[in-house]
Design a protein around this ligand. Sequence first.
Ligand code: GAR
Length: 194
Amino acid sequence: MTKIAVFASGHGSNLQALIDAAARGELAAQIRLVVCDRPGAYCLTRASQARIPYFMFYPHKYPNKAAYEELILRQLREREVEYIVLAGYMRLIGPTLLEAFPQRIINIHPSLLPSFPGKDAIGQALAAGVPLTGVTVHYVDEGMDTGPIIAQRQVSIDPGETRESLEQKIHAVEHELYPKVLQEIFTKRRENLD
Ligand code: GAR
């Protein structure tokens, strides 16, 4: 079992997909900790329901990113976490965590990167009037949704598409893709260790 921490800021539907995939035996990972930067976010309820400990912090209460990332790092080390999985965590990762987890931080983003990085990628794609968008899983570096791409899936934007319908299609793809890609990464890593 690969020990992971999932970082989330909001609804946590991707967190739920990972919890469910692990419960079905399709993802050989143990979610040791959920890290969240927003009080009251629904991802915290999901963590509690799955009996996963969480660490909720108020970023603005710290002098800088290094200060709260040091605290997070301590929690991750205590729980022997091997990978950080970002699932709707809307904050840039700083050098403290990047250096502690080289090539071990993975993100999912609702567009075909490098198109539409940053916030509201779905709204950006709709506003641009493109016929095609998608989902990207990638390794995290210091940039905003940059870093080596691991996998991508296309999602069409059909005539009459609404934000709700597109969101639904993208989320469905994310929930299927993320556990699958993570499982592949963790399996390869275990094979290399054996
Ligand atoms: C997901 O669509 C994820 O790809 C996106 O936030 C959403 C979180 O949904 N992440 C980003 O935009 C990262 N830049 P969820 O909280 O229901 O999993």
